[in-house]
Design a protein around this ligand. Structure first.
Ligand code: ADP
Ligand code: ZN
Length: 741
């Protein structure tokens, strides 16, 4: 921070000047400001507005004020705090979390604090905001259209949104929403920041629990009752009732007046199904926090979480930084999910930071998964987490039978991606009016477009990546920077007409095949392209649950915690896909993903079957799936990683160097390599071209710091950077505990 920015002189009041240390939302550390004597005494956590470099920014008072906090700026040059917001101060616990995350991820305090103050409007009193919503009094419209149905599905969660917000979530024009308002299928209401949330009804009981469910639930309830930090790993197979078990913990926590609870879910797993279950159990809707929540609702949620009136929050990882007053219980559902890792801005892992928050809040935390991460398994084995196991599916349901189709022996016909065996199995389901899910983790029509004449492959001009054909949109698209072009008629290189061919399958191509081979089936495609908002996803999920679709084709978004009772077949088109990239976590990740997708089959009274198409049926991951022996696989994985001191038995930090000029990026890499730390227990590898060597026109190189457990990685990196010349044109980003390695 440049002191000169504070150089404007002020004629302050006589006597001593009270300095307060403030952290703003700018990517900086602590700055001193002058506290006006007329204001009430400063208190850590108070939210303020201060001038900074010609702008006004939000900030919080970081710790107690003093008259000599020892900063470089002289009293005379100190700027004043301009405004004090009338909201409860951020708790000490939250400030501790901010400090911890900043230190751990090597980010400026301000960048982390910014995540705690996401909505400016939340800080202002301001008038109520008007919006539309669906309530029980609304009547269905006399004339129903697809667009109208989409709006009603979008509004089914009862949240208040502005007309444009609702139209956008439903992907229709504003006029459709207005039409529904006119015929009273939607209501106009206002949301005041203080309109209260319904209070959960804790006198209600959940279902009667099985014996193993009871044991797990009792352990959690006891910990909640006693209070204090207590981490649990709830390791239960898909469909074993993990949700019912942690609901018991929630209910116990809510018995204490004023106590608040947080449930973290992967962003796209926050389904209407989950909300319906919650509503069924507690008689109200929880406060929902994720990227699709509108501004008015965010303001209301943030304020009432800060005052303690909002009791239950379910949200994506960003909910971790909400200003809870009295957090008494945290659950991280699907704790293994890679989407908990934030890959932009502050690079933190939501699950790990949730454990830190629980520590500061002194409350129990449950990490739930059918396929726990290696990190959590190791913590459970070492006794740091209490491990609770659920080994049976609820009721009559049993785990599906998993079979591998050896694609070397049963190859699909030319131009087809489904082996005859999988087709037969689909036919059987159609005949029995049961549902099939086909999983292929590849968006678009084909991953590569190639010229038959000259061999040219169509690449992104900004990234080292192929452009992916999206036939539904008639576009070729880059999945890294969003660059898109219309599908060319002729090869851009040799200009030969009709020479371009699509190589390899994506979900759209699979749809084409399934549509051709099963003409009578009703088919849905679930990818992030067809489901742009959680609401669109909810619509499709409803359709599936109500049996309006026979075959669902999807990417990884179908793996997330859904419960479709009539779904009895899961077909994995390319089980080897995730194993090819070859990073060290590939085995763990592929196993988790396929086990989760397999877990969608046979969740109710009809038995399920899973067919894995594989060219490597003897691969340990494939055999672990087929033999239903993930424990064994993870044990072998763990042993291998322990030998190599790889996470979680050792530490990694990835450095991504990027800039528009390749030479300077390489020069920075050379400088860092020359001054790199090296010892028996700390090694630096690279620089090497990053896995994506060019993104959005920037050249990228990667270095990897590998250290044995117990090494103070952050200190080592800070020292290292301190003695290295850092070039201003090159951005160096540090990713502590990178997800892939
Ligand atoms: P998981 O989260 O482990 O995948 P769920 O909690 O979604 O499992 O449970 C799967 C299904 O079984 C849900 O429909 C749930 O309501 C039902 N279920 C689980 N336990 C019970 C129980 N004890 N009594 C009645 N239904 C249960
Ligand atoms: Zn690109």
């Amino acid at each position: 921070f440049d002191d000169r920015e504070q150089s404007q002189t002020e004629t302050g009041p006589k006597g001593t000047v009270l300095r307060v240390p403030v952290v703003t939302t700018a990517p900086l550390g602590v700055l001193d400001y002058r506290w006006d004597n007329e204001m009430p005494p400063p208190e850590p956590g108070l939210i303020v507005e201060v001038p900074l470099g010609g702008r006004k920014v939000r900030g919080v008072i970081w710790h107690k004020a003093s008259d000599q906090s020892g900063k470089k700026v002289s009293d005379a040059k100190l700027k004043s705090i301009e405004k004090l917001y009338d909201v409860p101060p951020l708790s000490e616990e939250l400030l501790k979390l901010v400090a911890w995350v900043a230190a751990y991820t090597l980010s400026p305090l301000g960048s982390v604090l910014k995540m705690c103050l996401p909505v400016q409007a939340a800080l202002e009193e301001g008038p109520s905001q008007t919006g539309v919503c669906w309530t029980a009094d609304c009547a269905p419209p006399a004339r129903m259209t697809h667009a109208r149905q989409a709006v009603l599905d979008a509004a089914a969660d009862g949240r208040v949104r502005t007309v444009p917000e609702l139209a956008k979530t439903a992907s229709v024009s504003d006029a459709v929403v207005r039409g529904l308002m006119k015929c009273r299928a939607l209501q106009t209401t206002t949301i005041a920041a203080d309109s209260p949330y319904g209070q959960p009804d804790i006198s209600r009981h959940g279902p009667e629990l099985s014996q193993e469910q009871t044991i797990a639930a009792e352990a959690i309830k006891n910990a909640v009752f006693t209070g204090g930090f207590a981490p649990f790993l709830l390791d239960g197979i898909t469909g074993s009732g993990k949700t019912e078990v942690y609901f018991e913990g929630l209910a116990e926590a809510l018995k204490t007046g004023g106590a608040q609870v947080l449930v973290l879910v992967p962003e796209i797993a926050l389904t209407s199904q989950w909300l319906d279950r919650f509503h069924h159990r507690f008689g109200v809707r929880p406060v929902v926090w994720h990227s699709d929540v509108g501004q008015a609702e965010r303001r209301r949620a943030w304020r009432q979480i800060a005052t303690g009136e909002a009791r239950v929050v379910v949200g994506a990882r960003s909910a971790l930084f909400l200003p809870f007053r009295h957090l008494a219980f945290i659950t991280v559902d699907e704790e293994h999910d890679p989407s908990y890792k934030q890959e932009e801005g502050v690079l933190y892992h939501g699950r790990d930071m949730a454990v830190v928050r629980a520590k500061y809040a002194e409350c129990p935390i449950v990490l739930a998964s059918a396929t726990p991460s290696m990190e959590s398994l190791v913590n459970a084995n070492s006794g740091r987490y209490v491990c609770l196991k659920l080994r049976e599916r609820h009721g009559q349901a049993v785990l599906p039978d998993i079979h591998t189709i050896d694609m070397r022996k049963h190859p699909p016909a030319a131009g087809s991606w489904l082996s005859p065996k999988l087709k037969e199995a689909i036919d059987k389901r159609l005949f029995r009016h049961e549902q099939t899910m086909l999983f292929l983790n590849r968006r678009g029509y084909a991953p590569l477009t190639l010229c038959r004449t000259c061999g040219h492959r169509i690449e992104c001009p900004n990234c080292s990546a192929w452009l992916v054909e999206h036939r539904f949109k008639h576009k070729l698209e880059c999945h890294h920077c969003g660059h898109e072009i219309p599908v060319p008629e002729a090869c851009p290189q040799c200009d030969t007409a009709d020479s371009l061919v699509a190589c390899g399958p994506g979900v759209e191509r699979l749809f084409e095949e399934v549509n051709r081979d099963f003409p009578s089936a009703r088919i849905g495609v679930m990818t992030s392209d067809t489901m742009e908002s959680p609401t669109e996803t909810a619509t499709m999920v409803h359709q599936i649950a109500e049996g309006r679709l026979d075959i669902i084709i999807g990417t990884q978004i179908v793996t997330k915690g859904y419960h479709f009772p009539n779904l009895t077949l899961v077909g994995v088109i390319d089980a080897d896909l995730g194993l090819r990239g070859g990073d060290l976590r590939a085995g763990e990740r592929t196993y988790q993903q396929l086990e989760q997708v397999a877990g969608r089959a046979g969740r109710a009274d009809k038995p399920g079957e899973v067919l894995l198409q594989s060219y490597e049926p003897d691969h340990p991951v494939i055999t672990a799936l087929a033999n239903n022996d993930g424990e064994h696989l993870m044990r072998l994985e763990g042993e291998a990683r322990e030998k190599l001191h790889m996470p979680p038995f050792g530490r990694l930090a990835a450095l991504i160097l990027s800039g528009p000029n390749q030479r300077t990026v390489m020069e920075q890499g050379r400088l860092l390599a020359v001054s790199a730390p090296a010892s028996g227990s700390v090694q630096v590898y690279g620089p090497a071209p990053a896995p994506m060597a060019r993104v959005r026109g920037n050249f990228r190189m990667r270095m990897l710091l590998h250290a044995h457990k117990g090494e103070p990685v952050q200190v080592i990196i800070r020292d290292w950077f301190g003695r290295t010349k850092m070039l201003p044109e090159v951005k160096v980003k540090v990713d502590i505990d990178p997800y892939s390695f």
